[in-house]
Design a protein around this ligand. Sequence first.
Ligand code: DHB
Length: 392
Amino acid sequence: ERTRIGIVGGGPAGLMLSHLLAQQGIDHIVVEARTRHEIENTHRAGILEQGSADLLLDGVSDRILTDGDRHDGIDIRIEGERHPIDFQELVGASTYLYPQTDVFIDLADRREADGGDIRYGVGPAQVSDVESRPLITYSDPDSGGTVEIECDLLVGADGSRSVCRGAIPEQHRTAHFREYPFAWFGVLVETPPSHEELIYSRSEAGFALVSQRTETLQRLYFQCDPRERAEDWSDEQIWETFRSRLNFNGFEINEGPVTEKVVLPFRSFVSEPMRWGKLFLAGDAAHTVPPTGAKGLNLALQDVRILGDVLGRWAETGDDAMLDEYSGRCLDRVWKAQHFSYWMTSMLHTTADDSGFDRKRSLGELRMLLESDHGRAWLADAYTGWAGKALA
Ligand code: DHB
């Protein structure tokens, strides 16, 4: 088989790129190792920047306007002391609470309705010849035979354990890493949201985040040791932990049946460059952020927005020089989001190993920020994704 653009990975990044290429009439194929059902049942983050919502609203689905929830701010708490951050007042922007699974469902439905060639449950795919004539190879799950797809260009949107990234010779890529001495314990809880806005709570007992999914489902996280195993925790232990980090000054978290528990590792990672030869990396294949601030999905969508633009102009002109822009344009935003995610994380989490100096310094930083109009505006600007600022 032959196609112009071969896309490995059918998560939100791969499918959004497929949509953007289809809008421009560019022939492509998407291969994805997981089934559609498996992807739909993987719970990830839930906050979209306006720029990400705009991508969905441009021909994918309007469902975010009805089923999503516009959030005009967040609430930061220090031992229960409330510091609302009003995004609209500060920077005239908002975010949307719209779970990643819904983003995926909208994209998968749109590609199906538009007749896209999206092959779920095939693979794992192998890739080769990424400098000359990229080839995707996988074994067909029905016949067992080998399928080969020759492409002009190859896109690796295949997640943090990317096979495509491994096709770039080691001497031509640099991996930047940072590890953190904690993780998040995430739960889904069958009760209505406890508060209208998201609560990011710093406390002596550790960090906790109060988010939501629907009118009857909450999404909550607490900071934990990365070696914790979710199955070792009883509901009662989970609720004791949340109470100790959230129930101050009359606030009480809504408790209910825990329907899912998961430990999320924290890592900062960037692999540079994001393009090598005829291979382009997008989303988690190229970078990971710690979850604080929910930038991961937004970065992935902005990568493919840029890639859709670059590939559209390349297809129109046949000029390979277009392709040189991709990595630099993405990395500019990626490093800003890396800083933001690292900074939100470091200001809101403490560990037993922190010195008294470390604790008090980061608390000083947080208070200085929250007490300044400029500080809060800076936070609002970054959190909402620099909406209204010139996009790379
Ligand atoms: C959610 C996750 C985040 O990392 C965050 O900063 C806010 C919300 C969520 O899953 O809802």
